[in-house]
Write a protein that binds this ligand. Structure first.
Ligand code: GBH
Length: 464
């Protein structure tokens, strides 16, 4: 693995930014402390069958009480930056009204602790923990939620803007909208496609309104962005039907977000696909101007990619009764992670190259990349996770290849700093570089963490 370490960082510039990432509900615990009110995830976890083994984030990694030790752990990895999210129901209980000083104080201490250790704080304002009261008032399908988000963003800027330069509004609006309001596998567990499309628009509007307010309220110039989850959509063949299937998948997964954010318009082909499914984007005057507030960076969360076919298998019709064209994912027989996701680093190179081509001038950061594997810990909690190390090394090489092909990728955050609450999979799936023993809360560096630390150190050495 020493050779892998040298290889992986090779070709990346000396000022490349290295980091690790987490999110609030997945690590903090302390869900009823210092005035925090429930989020949609506290509620969803109580729905029978929603989360594996009926787990929840009540304690999670107990990071709320162990924050200084965890920051020391981060600093020990030698990374430049730590990407974390703010729990909205902690700092503005119920999602409206004045700030909760006790809740904000936690992030205030976290930021100070990071800066004292020379680690750059990289804030995500929303990583899925909507205050339950706002869901009760309609949630993201309701337009008012966008305005509530902008108020909340400004309140956080007022508290931390004197020390924090890097701001991301949303993490993965596709997941919030599609998994939460269409598929129902994430909070709030709703299953109505037209509502999910309303959620998409109000998430993007919330981003845009927040971006305007953040810029206006920032005491110093900031770097402002949004993070999207994307894969590369490959057509199964050159046939027109397969190319169309890949285009439609990419439309719903990526261009529905990228085009309004960067070009200020929703893509026409996606609008007509949505209409076939009975959904309409509720755009009002001025919305697209807000949504396309200029970005300083785009965050890319990459895990996997798919191959799409629009060619019906024997006996299958070419269109659904609604008129929607036929489409399916073609299994690739590739190695998979413990999530069952195909390992396809080339998809990251192709995705970044394509983003650089279609949306030029926008600096890109990998804000998440990583993998769950079936870790086995020895008596000391040590994990020899060569599979995870190989996954990370191959994807870092894929980033370097994209740079060589012209993509402006400037940094990489590994997901995740430590094992944590993996949403609907509970504690069953481990993405950490650091092992967490949930009985004792003991943290132990996995082999992949040591490898990442060495990779970052080598990359730094080039800085002279
Ligand atoms: C991220 O979302 C989240 O930001 C983070 O909180 C989470 O812990 C992490 O990923 C790991 O799950 O089944 O092959 O079609 C991930 C978004 C969207 C990535 C769906 C995988 C499906 C792959 N995911 N995608 S596949």
């Amino acid at each position: 693995t020493a050779a892998a370490a040298t290889d992986a960082a090779a070709g990346l510039p000396a000022d490349f930014l290295w980091g690790v990432a987490t999110s609030s509900y997945q690590i903090e615990g302390a869900v009823a402390e210092d005035g925090r009110t429930p989020s949609i995830w506290d509620t969803f976890c109580r729905v029978p069958g929603a989360v594996v083994d009926g787990e929840n984030g009540d304690t999670a990694c107990d990071h709320y009480h162990r924050m200084p030790d965890d920051v020391a752990l981060i600093a020990g990895l030698g990374v430049d930056s730590y990407r974390f999210s703010i729990a909205w129901p902690r700092v503005q209980p119920g999602g409206r009204g004045p700030a909760n000083a006790a809740g904000l104080a936690f992030y205030d201490r976290l930021v100070d602790e990071l800066l004292a250790k020379g680690v750059l704080p990289w804030i995500t304002l929303y990583h899925w923990d909507l205050p339950q009261e706002l869901e009760d008032a309609g949630g993201w399908p309701t337009r008012d939620t966008a305005h509530r988000f902008a108020d909340y963003a400004e309140l956080v800027m007022d508290a931390l803007g004197d020390r924090v330069r890097h701001w991301t509004t949303l993490n993965e609006p596709w997941c919030s909208a599609m998994l939460g309001y269409d598929q129902g596998v994430h909070a709030p567990g709703r299953t109505h496609f037209p509502d999910a499309i309303k959620a998409v628009h109000h998430l993007l509007l919330g981003h845009g309104l927040a971006a305007q307010r953040l810029r206006a309220a920032a005491p110093e110039p900031i770097q402002l962005g949004i993070t999207l989850n994307m894969g590369n959509a490959y057509p199964a063949s050159d046939r027109q039907a397969d190319r169309d299937a890949a285009r439609r998948a990419d439309g719903l997964g990526a261009r529905l977000y990228l085009d309004p954010l960067i070009h200020g318009r929703y893509p026409a082909d996606v609008i007509s696909d949505l209409a076939l499914r009975g959904a309409e984007i509720p755009v009002q005057d001025g919305d697209l101007a807000a949504i396309s507030e200029p970005l300083d960076m785009l965050g890319v969360n990459y895990y996997s990619s798919h191959v799409f076919s629009g060619t019906p298998e024997d006996g299958e019709p070419e269109t659904r009764p609604s008129g929607e064209p036929y489409s399916r994912i073609v299994p690739q027989n590739l190695p998979v992670t413990a999530m069952g996701w195909d390992i396809i680093p080339r998809g990251l190179t192709d995705l970044l190259t394509r983003l650089g081509r279609d949306y030029p001038g926008l600096p890109l950061y990998i804000t998440e990349n990583g993998a769950a594997f079936d870790d086995t810990a020895d008596a000391d909690g040590r994990v020899q996770d060569d599979d995870r190390t190989a996954y990370l090394a191959d994807h870092i090489r894929a980033v370097a290849a994209a740079r060589a092909a012209g993509a402006d990728v400037r940094g990489y955050f590994a997901w995740s700093l430590m094992d944590n609450f993996e949403w609907a999979y509970g504690y069953d799936k481990r993405f950490g570089l650091v092992r967490v023993d949930y009985d004792t809360q003991r943290r132990t560096l996995k082999q992949s963490a040591e490898w990442y630390r060495d990779t970052v150190r080598r990359s730094r050495e080039q800085r002279g």
